[in-house]
Design a protein around this ligand. Structure first.
Ligand code: G6Q
Length: 546
């Protein structure tokens, strides 16, 4: 197989971008059809990608790159259950767990859809019994608090979604049926602070762990069990603990009965598992109907990704634009800026989704990669981000492509809040793209009555060069369905980029080494020994032990 940099489209892009760098977004907007050319809708999500440093030729070369990289066949392969996670010999089927077509999907001679539907039903009746109050704690109380204990993929997704869908967690009386809490960090403060306000009689722990061996999760689960047992006795465990795991045996040994274990499978990667049993806390919080809508939204995006032509395929377009800046404009990072308070955790969720997937430096064939792969993902919800780091995006020396995500209709209509929020949402991408020229700055300063000396001293500081690329993504409204679409959109964007960069987006070997070294250090800390390390690590161990 040819390497990426020897592909025709890659080489053409490379020489084309040299010329493109002399063009600005402002110049490109001389074409007054640019918005209609470079924006489209998928159901209730609109993407405007016109404010990019991209000519028609750039766009067609990006599409050619996708074809030359065999993207359409790779998409088919993922949906069809091919073992595209080849370092772990696994299919990648998070799309199957949100599939609502009644067709079998055979993997290794087995129809995975029937297992998926069995767990979906099990989750459904469990959620019903918790939310109706039929599920009782050991003292006969109903459950008012759910504590999800998990980390990484078993935490970030459900945590972000519960936060984003708070508005859908209420019953008819406008009360939360049950509240949800998340404990992830091995730092004892996390569990201690969470449990402080909870009544064990009304608390249900959900141990979310694919492997049921993760140190942080097991430690937190054991501390939670000790807390519960000290208040309500040993028999309470079966009524106050459930597990979401592929390792039912380990959950049983912990004291959780099989009927209270919700299974999933190796073909669901941790950071893609929120649609599976790992989403149980979400389903309990927002109810079955909303959870089903959430899955259906993701499924709709799956169908779009699978069937839409590349040019009108939202994950494909976003993915390729990311490649353009990452590989041809030397952009190291990509900002995700949601203008909706409910999406405040979206950037940190996406950090794992993207960086753990594409933060790789070895290709399909095990060769060291010479080009850039996954960017640094970061961001914060607007307008808070504006008052924090936007200065650097506007006037710093780094090119930071950004996605602005907003909603047309607010879920909280108070006075003019939403209009003000939208005004900032729109103004920022306008300012980033078009900037403010020196002549305009000088004219303004003159009008303010500044002297010639003052004008020439101040003007350079007030100039905005512009030409900062952005995508604008607008949801009609934040609903379980549209959130499902949005998350799936980014999941597929990550996949597209992984295909172009020729990396396995579905393994995460890079998190292993630190875990292994920590085991040795833990023993040393317990035995008060400095062990055999480099001078710095030994010095630090000694410092902490003294
Ligand atoms: C995600 C990773 C990782 C994983 C956690 C928790 O893709 O695999 O973040 O989700 O390490 O693992 P367990 O669910 O097995 O506890």
């Amino acid at each position: 197989m040819k390497n990426l940099e020897s592909l025709k489209a890659w080489q053409e892009l490379s020489s084309h971008v040299k010329e493109l760098k002399n063009t600005t977004i402002k110049q490109l907007f001389v074409d007054n059809k640019r918005f209609s050319k470079y924006s489209f809708k998928v159901e209730n999500i609109m993407l405007d990608f016109s404010k990019n440093i991209m000519e028609e030729k750039t766009f067609s070369l990006l599409m050619a790159l996708a074809k030359e990289a065999n993207l359409p066949a790779k998409i088919e392969g993922m949906f069809g259950g091919e073992k595209i996670n080849w370092t772990e010999k696994r299919s990648v089927l998070h799309t199957a767990i949100r599939n609502f077509e009644s067709k079998p999907l055979v993997v290794d001679g087995k129809d995975v859809m029937s297992d998926i539907l069995t767990v979906r039903k099990q989750m459904h009746s469990f959620v019903e019994s918790v939310r109706s109050g039929e599920w009782k704690g050991v003292t006969g109380n109903r459950i008012r608090h759910i504590v999800n204990i998990g980390i990484g993929g078993s935490d970030l997704g459900p945590r972000m979604v519960c936060n984003a869908l708070k508005n859908y967690a209420n019953d008819k009386l406008n009360n939360h049926v049950c509240d949800v809490h998340f404990v992830s960090n091995v730092d004892g403060t996390d569990i201690t602070e969470t449990l402080k306000s909870l009544d064990p009689q009304e608390t249900l722990f959900m141990v979310a762990s694919k492997t049921f061996t993760t140190q942080e999760t097991m430690m937190n689960a054991k501390s939670a069990r000790a807390w519960l047992v000290s208040a309500l006795g040993k028999d309470a465990v079966s009524k106050h603990f459930v597990a979401m795991t592929t390792n039912i045996e380990a959950a049983n040994s912990f004291g959780i009965e099989s009927k209270n274990c919700f299974g999933f499978w190796d073909f669901v990667g941790g950071r893609y598992s929120l649609w599976s049993a790992i989403g149980l806390s979400v389903a309990c919080y927002i109810g079955n109907n909303n959870f089903e809508q959430f899955l259906k939204g993701a499924h709709a995006m799956d169908l779009h990704f699978k069937n839409a032509p590349l040019e009108k395929n939202m994950p494909v377009v976003l993915g390729l634009l990311g490649v353009l800046y990452n590989n041809f404009f030397d952009a190291d990072s990509h900002a995700v800026l949601p203008y909706d308070q409910y999406l405040e955790l979206f950037p940190s969720y996406l950090q794992q989704g993207d960086m753990e997937s594409n933060g790789k430096s070895v290709d399909f064939d095990g060769n060291e990669i010479a080009y850039q792969t996954g960017p640094i993902i970061w961001g914060r919800h607007g307008t808070d981000g504006q008052h924090a780091f936007y200065q650097l995006i506007h006037q710093g020396t780094k090119l930071i492509p950004a996605d602005f995500i907003g909603v047309k209709e607010s879920l909280n209509k108070i006075g003019d809040h939403h209009q003000v929020l939208l005004s900032h949402f729109l103004a920022q991408t306008e300012a980033l793209a078009f900037g403010k020229e020196r002549s305009v700055v000088e004219a303004e300063l003159k009008k303010e009555g500044k002297s010639a000396g003052e004008i020439s001293a101040l003007a350079p500081h007030k100039v905005f060069k512009g030409n900062r690329p952005t995508n604008t993504i607008i949801l009609d409204k934040l609903t379980p369905y549209s959130l499902g679409q949005l998350i799936a959109l980014y999941e597929h964007k990550i996949f597209v980029q992984g295909v172009i960069w020729r990396v396995n987006s579905f393994d995460q070997w890079g998190v292993e080494l630190g875990k292994v070294l920590a085991k040795t250090i833990l023993e040393e800390l317990k035995e008060k020994k400095t062990g055999n390390h480099d001078a710095s690590t030994s010095g630090l161990i000694k410092y902490l032990l003294d």
